[in-house]
Design a protein around this ligand. Sequence first.
Ligand SMILES: *Cc1c(COP(=O)(O)O)cnc(C)c1O
Length: 406
Amino acid sequence: MSHAPGKGPSATTLIHHPYEAPGGFDAVVPGVHKGSTVLFRNVADLHSRQWMDKSGYTYGLHGTPTSFTLEERLATLEGGLQCLLTPSGLSAISLVDMALLQSGDEVLLPDNAYGPGKDFARVELARWGVTTRCYDSQDAASLAALITPATRLVWLEAAGSVTLEFPDLLGLLRVCRQHPQLVVALDNTWGAGLAFNAFALDPGEGLPQGVDVSIHALTKYPSGGADVLMGSVTTRSPELHKRLKLCHMRLGLGVGMDDVAAVLRGLPSMPLRYAAQDRSAREIAQWALAQPQVAQVLHPALAGSPGHSHWAGLCTQAAGLLSLQFDLRYSAEQVHAFVDALQLFGIGYSWGGPMSLAVPYDLRSMRQHPAPSLHAGTLVRLCIGLEDTADLIADLQQALNHCLPA
Ligand SMILES: *Cc1c(COP(=O)(O)O)cnc(C)c1O
């Protein structure tokens, strides 16, 4: 390592430097370990290290102490045993589909599933010869009627996307467990591992408990910051985990360690944020029920909301989401003007962050089957953030008064 007199340090000393910081730095937050390359002591070390069982580090794509730590915490949160991180919630869904399905197989989705996940199945899986069918999440018999010997994977989602119908989870699981060839995967983003325990759902009749796979858009509640995209795939069967992990590795689904660290920082406050946003959303739902312009308030904790009894049988908590169906006398344009008139609610997708958000949806373009329990007017999905509830209600009230005269 040369350092000639009168010259700056050589480039080599900027890379190969003898200083090693002392060990023993212990902080509340576990730290951020980054690396594409992982260094080995010698060739024998390079040949002997295993990444599959997390006993060692081999390459950045296979994980660092930071990602291992988040995976273990999420597995515990969800009540599972193993967890994989993916670059988004959507890639967690597509990973499960790709790892578990092959040409000739059938996959069943609830009709109110997260739209982009449904699109992945209908367009991409179809190109590979996988058939997708949709069932009614309120009606376990509609699921039973679609299962054939070719059905390999059944997706559950609680609550439904945008319309928030809480499914008959136990009834649906009971149907699935009559068919041992089926893998049952749940999109658990709404419940966040807090509202119910996906791996302990008891379908009764002595049938095996729980789902096989739980995916979670960490983008939402675990991050809590509206600044990270990430997903997780949690399991409790080593065989299933291995299939998912090998596919995950072959697809090269890496996550950035700064993002992992952001989720690790958000996780401890998640139960408090979830409870606060739940409380606020329910207050806003009660306010909305009293507004003559609103024909239907969709929130699983409301007695009149579709799937309420299924929610009440399993949960006491709910995510901070609600949807408002406006009376048919208002045009879509008027409802859009209402959304535009909101001052505190941002207009944008996603949820679980600090800022409240609103998005109008046209249900007719989103569902294969008409849902008789839903009012036909234009729908606005609200995600409730961490603002003062009274301020949010005042904002909604002023926008109603201006744009949707009673
Ligand atoms: C947001 C969301 C996803 C996708 O998560 P991204 O990180 O945005 O890809 C999947 N499922 C549900 C229920 C979601 O709300």
